[in-house]
Design a protein around this ligand. Sequence first.
Ligand SMILES: [Zn+2]
Length: 474
Amino acid sequence: MPTFPDKAEKFIDWYLEVLDAAELTDKRYPVKGMNVWTPYGFQARRQLDAIMIREIERTGSLPVEFPALIPQTEFQKEKDHIKGFDAQVYWVTKGGATDLDVPLVLRPTSETAMYPVFALWVRSHKDLPLNVYQIVNTFRYETKTTRPFLRVREIHFFEEHTCQVDEAAATERVRSNLAAFEGMARSFVLPYVAVRRPEWDKFPGAFYSVALDIPVGGARTLQIGTTHHYRENFSGPYGIQYEATDGSTKHVHQTTFGLSERLVGAVVSVHGDAKGVVFPSSLAPYQVVVVPIVGGSGGEAVLAYARELVERLRARGLRVHLDDSDERPGAKYYRWETHGVPLRVEVGRREAEQKSVTVADRLGSKRPIGPDGVDDGIVAALAEFDERLRAKAQATFAASFTVARALDELRASTTVRVIAWCGSEACGHKVEEAIEGALLGTPEGPLPIDLGVPGPCVGCGTADSRWALAGQPL
Ligand SMILES: [Zn+2]
């Protein structure tokens, strides 16, 4: 069996090869950075979407869908925003052979598509809050090297946009987005840290940005989502205002919350190992693969038992695949390991006679179940698998942060670093230079290591400092 590059030593090579082996995407499409969702990858994405929808709708957000094309005139209304996206947008300038009067932007994100319409929807305080989300494809002309799921030019994108009565309500919406993400991350089994980005790294047009970061080995980090407070930065230029209870006219305060297919890449990056992808049961296209072992006589009885088992497990709501292909059992085991299937259920002649099964999980534990309680036992084995995956990911996460007391200690970092920082941009850039990466910002919640009180700023030595994170964003 082929082996993959070492994950710790050659992360990107490892990542690309395990994706190929798992058949999650096909990157041979003839537009760079625009990849094909294969049947297997699409099924993982469908689970991802279902979890995002479940958690955001719990907070009262409603689905919408806005057009993909945005008139240049609308796109240009918020100056910082256009500056931030100028180099990244695709333009549509012709309809057939005719030059368009107003060129159209293929949405890189939907602020400028939605807000002219929000200005029509919001009239009175009774129209607030307005909390809506959409899951659509967005387009960004990436100039950095593209990687499937992590950096692509056509992005499967979740975006929530809200209008609130005032700044405090918008701050509360950012908090509730973070709480919603906590529910999603629990399902994805992704330990993460919420980080308030420094001024120079916030979203174009935002008042502030909170990003969700995960460590992915060494000092490397991956931003898996963001939520932004816009204050009145967009509602001013787009004229989104309402009549307040006292009769005065006020601009709304806005927020957004963005997630994407990068979460699939994050799950692969965090859980994958030397044998390939590992899916938590929540995202796995198949949670269970049943492999009948039909060598020699009695094959028909084994197959019949396997089919019956598959039907029963599907009736329990599990996503189950029966691998009755002609391949040898060893080849099947290898295939479903690379594909990250949580549980493999082996059924041979002995199991068919006893009405039992042998269950192997993707983390390497193997045991017989039955003849009594086979279905319950498989359901329980899946839950146990998730808990062990969670414990493993949590241990790796906790070991991914270490404190650095001086700039020198940031050089050749082998973990994400926690430093004392005065908050100044000058010291921030000193940190970025030392770690050859980014000052990620200040954590919004507790970190998984004991920190105590921050010492003097690593850049200037002032005692007035706070904890901040530094790493090398992928
Ligand atoms: Zn400083």
